[in-house]
Design a protein around this ligand. Structure first.
Ligand code: GTP
Ligand code: MG
Length: 203
């Protein structure tokens, strides 16, 4: 998928900062450092659109991007703050929830959430909680296994199958890598299906 326009719109610390509801939105969620911002950049084939940092937990705001694919409707991508980073204390966890939960629960134009997991580690409470919470909120989840370039080829299939079973998913996660790029088309196919006219609240 070629992306014609990919531009930063705004950052929001609370609902007052969300941009006016417009095109369908897709949010990217997962642990700190799992590769949310890198995935957004790879899907758009842009370097430095969403800020990638060496320090986990740096993204503390909701970051909104305007995305125009060549063969699909205009969208917004929303880079969510990472959760579950070990050094984040109770107060920060509460701040994270206050930031993310209202968005996921209330945003009328949110069509689905890309839930990113690192296949090199066992999914923890955070991954289970995220998927359960999305299900309870009625938000479709696209489960993606990130950084698959770090898995030896022969371990990929069994690792993805283990992740599928551990997360109780009907299908294995979409294997994806930002460096080198791999799995973009498979994610895009899901995003376009979610953004299609039949699936949203305003359809
Ligand atoms: N090898 C490899 N490294 C990756 C990949 N995706 C991300 N990384 C690296 O992982 C680190 C974290 O990536 P980010 O995209 O910033 O992760 P994030 O989930 O946005 O992190 P926070 O915003 O801090 O929650 C960076 O050093 C990236 O370069 C990938 O597919 N392969
Ligand atoms: Mg980030």
């Amino acid at each position: 998928m070629e992306v014609v326009v990919a531009e930063f719109l705004t950052s929001a610390a609370d609902p007052a900062g969300w941009p006016a509801a417009g095109p369908p939105e897709i949010a990217f969620a997962g642990r700190s450092n799992v590769g949310k911002s890198s995935t957004i950049n790879a899907l758009c084939a842009r370097r430095g659109l969403a800020l990638v940092s060496g320090t986990p937990g740096k993204t503390r705001l909701l970051n909104f991007f305007r995305i125009v694919p060549r063969d699909g409707p205009e969208l917004r991508f929303v880079d969510l703050p990472g959760y579950g980073y070990a050094k984040v204390g109770k107060a920060e966890r509460a701040a994270f929830q206050a930031l993310v939960e209202p968005y996921v629960r209330e945003r009328a134009t949110l069509r689905g959430v890309v839930a990113l997991c690192d296949p090199r580690r066992e999914p923890g409470e955070e991954e289970h909680d995220l998927l359960e919470w999305l299900r309870a909120a009625g938000r479709p989840a696209v489960v993606v296994a990130t950084k698959v370039d770090k898995l030896p080829r022969h371990e990929r299939k069994p690792t993805l199958e283990r992740l599928r079973a551990a997360l109780g998913q009907p299908r294995p996660p979409i294997p994806f890598s930002a460096h080198p790029r791999e799995g973009r088309d498979a994610i895009w196919a899901q995003l376009l299906a979610l953004a299609g006219p039949a699936s949203g609240p305003e359809a």
